[in-house]
Every structure is written in structure tokens, then in C-alpha cells.
Ligand binder design. Structure first.
Ligand code: HEC
Ligand code: HEC
Ligand code: HEC
Ligand code: HEC
Ligand code: HEC
Ligand code: HEC
Ligand code: HEC
Ligand code: HEC
Ligand code: HEC
Ligand code: HEC
Ligand code: HEC
Length: 490
């Protein structure tokens, strides 16, 4: 028993000794650190927790020189390749010696990406230079020079909890930004702090979006650049990276179907399939930095940035107050938010598929029920008249009749129908009639004109037939007459 114990003890002792020797050797090899530690400078203090130190790198890995020499002159001699303190772009070039070479990094058994310097040079930050011609951002601006830790470490300046401060140092400073791009707003941090993301981020939540989650890190580009993560065509995917990730969003009690629904919506199809930049991306409704769901009473403002007339009519309609009182979200109650689809007349009226019948029936909100039914009847009539008129016009046209003017008027009737679909939002029978009735009148006029053209056609056909008959008869009788003359004796 005792023997075994002694053996175990011996093994433990040996390993401890071996470990501490290895540690001592690593430390001893970095004479730069040993000497600088006695100087108590910031660099050596910070370097102790540095990822590079943990990977066995020394001060000389970046500064050059001979890390095994304890002689200051020799260690920091140009003969040993000492470069001193790098400045400007030379700073990033030092990092790039390893971080841009997959071979070098593989030598350290690392497979982190090796594209940072190339990406940074091509980014918006790489395109701006100081007066001295140096790039405004070097690797050390975001990662530090000493005391560098992995980005997943909460102490990293680019960790989710700290990125806002790192980016905000420049982007929150009007005097700094004025030097490079005076037209760029400097309110991103301020607005961000009001958003759901910003509030949770300030509480230390690392799962919400911060600057780099939406903009990227080394490859940041202006929003107008089609390669930017926040360009309208790419933005929905940028948000969806988190908001459609069920595992990530599990602890928050909100749906994860926004992207899915949006992509199928009239807006999503216009933006993502037709590449129509006039259609909204997520940020057009939620804001860029102040991302919060629009409040129940302000949705019409959001939609109204594009659908101005609908919003204006709604705001002065009887529904505005009724919806506010019932805390119903404005446009959303009838159209939804992410799943908005193209509308048809079926939404209007008192049939089961009409939105009006959700709230109006012969028993409840009766007046609205009557109006909904009338409005639908009116728009149906307008459509029927317009359809008939269009049919007659095209028939006349095919028969070669001149109907240019009627065709032109038909456009006014069509316009009235489109206007009436918007005018629905006044939820007012009289106002609705003001648009529909003239449309119906025009359609009726067009019908009359087209019918007249068709009648004219018939008349001309009959006339032509009669004329042909008469001419034929005349010709025949003339022929017979001539024959008779020929046959008669001279
Ligand atoms: C025996 C002590 C000693 C050793 C070994 C040593 N240094 Fe130094 N180092 C100094 C002193 C002293 C200074 C000057 C400090 C000052 O000027 O404030 C200095 C300065 C520096 C500077 C700043 C130079 C400048 O231009 O401001 C760097 C960088 C540096 N050392 C890196 C290294 C590296 C890398 C190694 C190892 C290859 C190393 N040192 C080894 C003592 C040492
Ligand atoms: C990962 C690369 C890297 C390593 C490793 C590194 N340095 Fe530096 N060091 C730099 C860069 C880059 C600068 C330039 C200053 C800047 O950009 O912040 C610098 C600046 C310095 C300076 C100038 C004063 C200052 O603090 O900025 C001293 C002194 C210094 N380093 C000493 C050391 C010592 C001593 C070690 C080892 C304990 C060391 N460095 C390890 C990259 C490195
Ligand atoms: C504008 C700030 C910024 C600058 C400048 C910057 N980085 Fe980063 N870096 C980041 C952020 C943010 C991350 C985290 C990215 C993530 O989580 O996707 C990161 C991640 C990294 C990583 C981890 C692997 C990876 O690519 O995600 C390495 C290595 C790295 N950076 C090296 C560098 C080097 C080398 C430079 C200089 C060429 C540099 N960085 C310049 C912000 C910056
Ligand atoms: C001598 C090669 C070398 C040089 C020079 C160097 N690094 Fe590194 N760096 C490494 C290695 C090796 C790792 C560890 C990678 C790993 O853990 O997979 C690393 C890790 C990092 C990480 C952490 C990446 C992560 O996993 O999140 C950052 C950030 C980083 N370096 C930035 C810099 C910066 C900034 C400079 C220049 C000031 C620099 N490095 C210079 C070799 C180097
Ligand atoms: C939830 C995603 C998101 C977050 C988080 C975010 N941004 Fe933005 N950012 C955007 C969008 C979207 C735009 C504008 C796109 C456009 O104009 O079409 C933008 C625009 C910008 C612009 C251009 C000027 C402007 O204000 O329009 C800057 C600079 C900027 N952001 C910096 C930041 C900084 C710094 C942070 C961190 C405090 C940050 N952003 C956080 C999405 C985000
Ligand atoms: C050293 C200061 C500095 C830091 C740190 C910095 N930026 Fe910038 N950034 C700038 C300057 C200056 C510009 C203006 C470039 C221009 O428009 O010519 C800029 C431009 C931008 C733009 C493009 C704005 C546009 O639409 O034109 C975005 C987006 C941006 N930065 C985001 C970030 C993010 C995110 C971070 C943090 C990861 C960050 N920046 C860190 C200085 C900085
Ligand atoms: C890095 C991941 C991430 C990204 C990227 C992201 N979000 Fe978020 N977002 C979250 C998390 C986590 C929450 C917190 C959920 C909660 O508390 O309800 C949140 C909350 C929200 C909320 C508030 C939801 C509520 O009612 O509580 C809105 C709105 C929102 N995000 C919109 C966006 C938009 C728009 C974008 C893209 C421009 C975006 N987010 C990008 C992670 C992200
Ligand atoms: C046409 C405007 C519009 C667009 C585009 C839009 N949203 Fe919304 N979003 C809303 C409205 C309105 C609400 C609900 C507000 C309420 O009822 O409280 C909402 C709610 C949310 C919420 C809160 C949780 C929920 O589902 O109710 C999140 C998260 C969200 N949206 C993310 C997104 C993302 C991500 C995109 C892009 C893929 C997006 N939204 C596109 C208008 C929009
Ligand atoms: C950034 C501008 C923009 C915003 C904000 C916006 N829309 Fe749209 N919307 C459009 C465009 C563009 C179309 C036409 C898409 C297409 O069919 O090509 C459209 C189409 C529609 C349609 C279908 C119209 C039809 O003819 O059937 C409805 C309904 C609609 N939007 C409702 C809303 C609502 C409700 C909101 C607010 C929650 C909203 N929109 C916010 C631009 C916007
Ligand atoms: C009470 C229900 C209701 C509300 C609230 C409502 N709508 Fe509508 N909306 C309709 C109906 C019904 C139609 C279809 C009319 C038709 O085609 O006959 C429609 C059609 C539309 C259209 C397509 C017709 C056009 O005008 O181009 C748009 C766009 C639209 N609505 C936007 C909005 C916006 C924006 C809001 C909020 C300001 C809103 N709607 C509020 C019921 C509503
Ligand atoms: C979410 C429920 C809801 C929906 C959907 C809805 N309404 Fe209403 N409506 C109300 C409420 C509540 C009032 C106010 C109570 C009242 O005066 O009858 C109202 C009032 C009205 C009024 C004014 C009545 C008056 O007293 O002057 C009209 C007109 C009207 N609605 C038409 C419509 C039409 C048309 C639709 C379908 C496009 C519709 N409503 C859809 C709830 C709704």
C-alpha cells in the first residue's frame, strides 16, 4: 500500500517538476519579457494574458530581435532583425505576416481565417487615410497591440459586449468624424441604446445584435455598396441570421418566422425577387439603429413613409380613434405585418373573407356594416361597368373602328377604380362615392361611345351590302341591255 502511494507521489512530483520546468523554459526563452517585466512597462504587463504569449510567441514575434539574449544591445539590435515600434500601416503588416498566411498559422496549429488584412484594406475603413497617408484603422485599433485575447473572450474590445464602445469611440464623436466624412451621422450609439438590442446589450446580453453583427468586422462597407451586409438586398438575411435561428432565440419569447413570412409577402417578393429597392427591408419598418417594433399607434407612420395617402386617409377616418381605444395596431389589423399580401376587393365588404366582417355585423358596429356592404357593391359595379366598356372598346377596335378617344377615357375609369381602392381607407361612404361615381359615369360614357362605334360598323356593313347589291344589279342589267342591243338586228 505504502509502496504504491510512494509511486503515485513520485509520478505526481515528476509531472509537476516537468511542467514547471517547461514553463520556466518558455519564460526563460523570452528574455525580452523577462527584462521588460522588470521595467514594469504596460506592454509586458499586458502580454502575460495575451493569446500570442499563450501560443508560445514572444515579444520578438512582432518586434523582431533576439528573444533568447538577455543583452539589451544584442536582443534589440538591428542585426537580430529588431524593428522597434511599428507605425501606421506597418502595424497591420506586422500582424499580417502571420494572419495573412495560412501556412504560418497552420504551423501554430491554428485554422482561424487569414483574410483580415485583405478585407480591411478593401473596406470603407481601408479607403480613408489620415493626413499622413496611413489607413485610419489598423488591427490594433480594434484588437489592441498587447493583451490581445480571442474575440470570444469577454475582455476582447470586439466581444459583443464591448464592440459598441470600440466602434462608438469614432462614430460617436462629431469632431472626429467631421474630419473624414462630415455628412455621416454620429448618432448610431445613441439610437442603438434606445433599441431592444441596445438595452439588452447594456445589461451584458451577448446574443443581441451589436455594431459588428449587422455591419461585419473587417469587411465593413457603406450601406449603398451592394456587398454591404446592410444593403437593402442583403439586410433581411443579416437580421435573419439571428431572428430565424430557433436555438439562439429560444430564451426570448418572440416568434422566429419574420424572414420566412417576409420573403413570401408582397414586400419581400418585390425586394428579393424583383430587386425593387422601393420595397421595404426590415429596417424600413424597424429603424436602423433604434430597432424596436413600431408601437401600436405609430404603425401608420411607418407604412405611411411609402403609402402616404393610405396613412393620411386612415388617420382622419373613424377607425383611427376606434383602433387607438381598442389598442389595435393600425394598418396591421387588416394587412398583417410581415405577411402582407397583395390586396383584392374580397377584403372589402361583409362576406366571410372580408376583413370588415371581423368587426362589423348586423349586430355589432352596425353602421360600419352597412357602409362596408355599400362600398363593396359600388366597387363591384364600377368594375363591372369598366369591364363591359373595355370589352366593347376592344371589339370595336378589332373591327377597325376609330375608338382612340374612348380608349383614352377608359384609362380615367381605371384610374378611378385604383383611387377607390385607396379611398377605402377613409372608411366613409360619401368620400368613397366621390371617387367611384365619376368612374362609373366615365365608364358609362365609354360604353356609349364604343356601342355607337359598333352600331356605326353595322350600319356601314349594311350600307355597303346594299350598295354592292344595287351596283351588282345595275351592272347586270347593263350587261343584259348591252347583250340585247348586240343581238338586235342592225
Ligand atoms: C535587458 C533588458 C532588455 C531586453 C533583454 C530587451 N529590452 Fe526592450 N527595452 C529595454 C529598455 C531599457 C528599453 C528602453 C525603454 C524606454 O526607452 O523607456 C527598451 C525598449 C524597447 C522597445 C521600445 C523601443 C522604442 O523605440 O520606443 C521595444 C519595442 C522593445 N524594447 C522590445 C524588445 C524586444 C522585442 C526584446 C526582445 C527581442 C527586448 N525589447 C529585449 C530593455 C530590454
Ligand atoms: C502581436 C504583436 C506584438 C507583440 C507580441 C508585442 N508587441 Fe509591442 N507593440 C506592437 C505594436 C503593433 C506596437 C505599436 C503600438 C500600437 O500600435 O499600439 C507595439 C508597441 C510597443 C512598445 C511601445 C510603447 C507602447 O506600449 O505602445 C513597447 C515598449 C513594446 N511594444 C514592447 C513590447 C514587449 C516588451 C513585448 C513582449 C512582452 C511586446 N511589445 C510584444 C505589437 C506587439
Ligand atoms: C473595425 C475593427 C476591426 C479591425 C480594424 C480589425 N478587426 Fe479583427 N475582428 C473584429 C471583430 C468585430 C471580430 C469578430 C468577428 C466575428 O465575431 O465574426 C474580429 C475577429 C478577428 C479574428 C478572429 C478570426 C476572424 O476572422 O473572425 C482575427 C484573427 C482578427 N480579427 C485579426 C485581425 C487582424 C489581423 C486585423 C488587421 C489586419 C484585424 N483583425 C482588424 C474587428 C476588427
Ligand atoms: C508570429 C505570428 C503572429 C503575429 C505576428 C500576430 N499573430 Fe495574432 N495570432 C497568432 C496565433 C498563432 C494565434 C492563435 C490562433 C488560434 O488560437 O487559433 C493568434 C491569435 C490572434 C487573435 C485571436 C483570434 C481568435 O481566435 O479570436 C487575434 C485577435 C490576433 N491574433 C490579432 C493579432 C494582431 C492584432 C496582431 C498584430 C498586432 C497579431 N495578431 C500578430 C499569430 C500571430
Ligand atoms: C440591427 C442592425 C444594426 C446595428 C446593431 C447597427 N447598425 Fe449601423 N446601420 C444599420 C443599417 C440597416 C444602416 C443603414 C442602411 C441604409 O442606410 O440603408 C446602418 C447605417 C450605419 C452607418 C451609416 C450612417 C447612418 O447612420 O446611416 C454607420 C456609420 C453605422 N451604421 C454604424 C454603426 C455603429 C457604430 C453601430 C454600433 C453602435 C451600428 N451601426 C449598429 C444596421 C445596424
Ligand atoms: C478609428 C475610428 C473608427 C473606428 C474605431 C470605426 N470606424 Fe467606422 N468609419 C470611420 C470613418 C472615419 C468612416 C468614414 C469613411 C468615409 O465615409 O469615407 C467610417 C465609416 C464607417 C461605415 C460606413 C458609413 C457609410 O455608410 O458611409 C460604417 C458602416 C462603419 N464605419 C461602421 C463601423 C463599425 C461597425 C465599427 C466597429 C466595428 C467601426 N466603424 C469602427 C472611423 C472609424
Ligand atoms: C446578433 C443577433 C441579432 C441580429 C443580427 C439582429 N437581432 Fe434583433 N434581436 C436579437 C435578440 C437576441 C433580440 C431580443 C429578443 C427579445 O428580447 O425579445 C432581438 C430583438 C429585436 C427586436 C425587438 C423584439 C421584441 O419585440 O422584443 C426587433 C424589432 C429586432 N430585434 C429587429 C431586428 C432587425 C430589424 C434586425 C436586422 C436589421 C435585427 N433585429 C438583427 C438578435 C439579433
Ligand atoms: C412592412 C413593415 C415591416 C417589415 C418589412 C418588417 N417588419 Fe418586423 N414588425 C413590423 C410590425 C408592424 C411588427 C409588430 C408590431 C406589433 O404589433 O407590436 C413587427 C414585429 C417584429 C418583431 C417582434 C416579434 C414579432 O414577430 O412580432 C421582430 C423581431 C421583427 N418584426 C423583425 C423583423 C425582421 C427580422 C424583418 C425582416 C426580415 C422584419 N421584421 C420586417 C413591421 C415590419
Ligand atoms: C419602404 C416603402 C414601404 C413601406 C415602409 C411599406 N410599404 Fe407596402 N409596399 C411598398 C411597395 C413598393 C409595394 C409594391 C410591391 C409590388 O407589388 O411590387 C407595396 C405593397 C403593399 C401592399 C399591396 C398593395 C396592392 O396593390 O395590393 C400592401 C397592402 C402594403 N404594401 C401595405 C403596407 C403596410 C401595412 C405597411 C406598414 C406595416 C407597408 N406597406 C410599408 C412599399 C412600402
Ligand atoms: C379596416 C381595415 C383596413 C385598415 C386598417 C387598412 N387597410 Fe389597407 N386595405 C383594406 C382593404 C379592404 C383594401 C382593399 C381594397 C380593394 O381592393 O377593394 C386595402 C388596400 C390597401 C392597399 C392597396 C390599394 C392601394 O391603395 O394601392 C394598400 C397599399 C393598403 N391597403 C395600405 C394600407 C395602409 C398603409 C394602412 C394603414 C395606414 C392600411 N392599409 C389600413 C383594409 C384596410
Ligand atoms: C378590428 C375591427 C374592425 C375592422 C376590421 C373594421 N372595422 Fe370599421 N369600425 C370598427 C370600430 C370599433 C368602429 C367604431 C364603432 C362604430 O362607430 O361603429 C368602426 C367604425 C367604422 C365606420 C364608421 C361608422 C360610423 O359610426 O360612422 C365605418 C364606415 C367602418 N367602420 C367601415 C369599415 C370597413 C369598410 C371595414 C373593412 C374594410 C371595417 N370597418 C373594418 C372596427 C373595425
Amino acid at each position: 500500500m505504502v509502496l504504491v502511494n510512494n509511486n503515485v507521489l513520485a509520478i505526481v512530483l515528476c509531472s509537476v517538476l516537468a511542467l514547471s520546468t517547461a514553463f520556466v523554459t518558455a519564460q526563460a526563452q523570452d528574455q525580452c519579457l523577462t527584462c521588460h517585466s522588470t521595467l514594469e512597462d504596460n506592454a509586458s504587463a499586458a502580454f502575460k494574458g495575451d493569446i500570442h504569449s499563450r501560443k508560445g510567441l514572444t515579444c520578438a514575434s512582432c518586434h523582431g530581435g533576439d528573444a533568447r539574449s538577455d543583452d539589451m544591445e544584442k536582443a534589440m539590435g538591428t542585426a537580430a532583425g529588431f524593428i522597434g515600434v511599428p507605425k501606421g500601416n506597418a502595424v497591420s503588416e506586422v500582424c499580417a505576416r502571420c494572419h495573412s498566411s495560412s501556412e504560418t498559422m497552420k504551423g501554430y496549429r491554428s485554422n482561424v481565417p487569414v483574410s483580415q488584412w485583405e478585407l480591411l484594406k478593401a473596406s470603407v475603413h481601408g479607403k480613408v487615410s489620415t493626413a499622413g497617408g496611413e489607413q485610419i484603422l489598423q488591427c490594433t485599433t480594434c484588437h489592441n497591440a498587447h493583451g490581445i485575447v480571442p474575440v470570444a473572450d469577454p475582455r476582447s474590445p470586439v466581444h459583443q459586449r464591448n464592440a459598441v464602445k470600440t466602434c462608438g469611440t469614432c462614430h460617436g464623436s462629431a469632431s472626429y468624424m467631421r474630419r473624414y466624412n462630415p455628412s455621416l451621422p454620429v448618432d448610431q450609439v445613441e439610437k442603438y441604446r434606445t433599441s431592444v438590442h441596445g438595452v439588452l446589450n447594456a445589461r451584458g446580453d451577448a446574443k443581441v445584435a451589436e455594431c459588428a453583427s449587422c455591419h461585419g468586422s473587417h469587411d465593413i462597407r457603406p450601406a449603398s455598396d451592394v456587398r454591404s451586409k446592410v444593403h437593402p438586398l442583403n439586410l433581411p438575411m443579416t437580421c435573419a441570421a439571428c431572428h430565424s435561428d430557433v436555438a439562439r432565440m429560444k430564451e426570448y419569447k418572440i416568434p422566429t418566422d419574420q424572414y420566412e413570412k417576409f420573403a413570401e409577402s408582397v414586400h419581400g417578393k418585390a425586394l428579393l425577387e424583383k430587386r425593387d429597392l422601393g420595397a421595404p427591408a426590415c429596417n424600413d419598418c424597424h429603424g436602423n439603429h433604434g430597432a424596436v417594433p413600431p408601437g401600436v399607434q405609430s404603425i401608420s407612420n411607418v407604412c405611411g413613409t411609402c403609402h402616404a395617402l393610405n396613412a393620411e386617409l386612415f388617420t382622419s377616418s373613424p377607425h383611427k380613434k376606434a383602433f387607438d381605444v381598442a389598442k389595435l395596431p393600425e394598418c396591421e389589423t387588416c394587412h398583417g405585418n410581415h405577411e402582407i399580401i397583395a390586396t383584392t376587393d374580397n377584403l372589402l365588404g361583409v362576406s366571410p373573407e372580408a376583413v370588415c366582417s371581423n368587426c362589423h355585423s348586423p349586430e355589432t358596429n352596425v353602421k360600419g356594416y352597412g357602409v362596408a356592404r355599400t362600398m363593396r357593391a359600388l366597387i363591384d359595379s364600377l368594375e363591372a361597368l369598366e369591364g363591359t366598356a373595355a370589352g366593347l372598346v376592344s371589339e370595336a377596335e378589332q373591327k377597325g373602328m376609330e375608338v382612340g378617344e374612348a380608349k383614352f377615357k377608359l384609362r380615367d375609369a381605371r384610374q378611378a377604380r385604383l383611387q377607390s381602392r385607396t379611398m377605402v381607407h377613409a372608411f366613409d361612404e360619401a368620400k368613397f362615392e366621390e371617387v367611384v361615381r365619376p368612374g362609373m359615369a366615365i365608364a358609362t360614357v365609354v360604353m356609349g361611345e364604343a356601342q355607337a362605334a359598333l352600331d356605326d360598323y353595322v350600319f356601314r356593313r349594311v350600307g355597303l351590302g346594299l350598295a354592292t347589291l344595287i351596283i351588282t344589279l345595275l351592272t347586270l342589267s347593263l350587261y343584259l341591255y348591252i347583250k340585247r342591243i348586240e343581238r338586235s338586228p342592225r
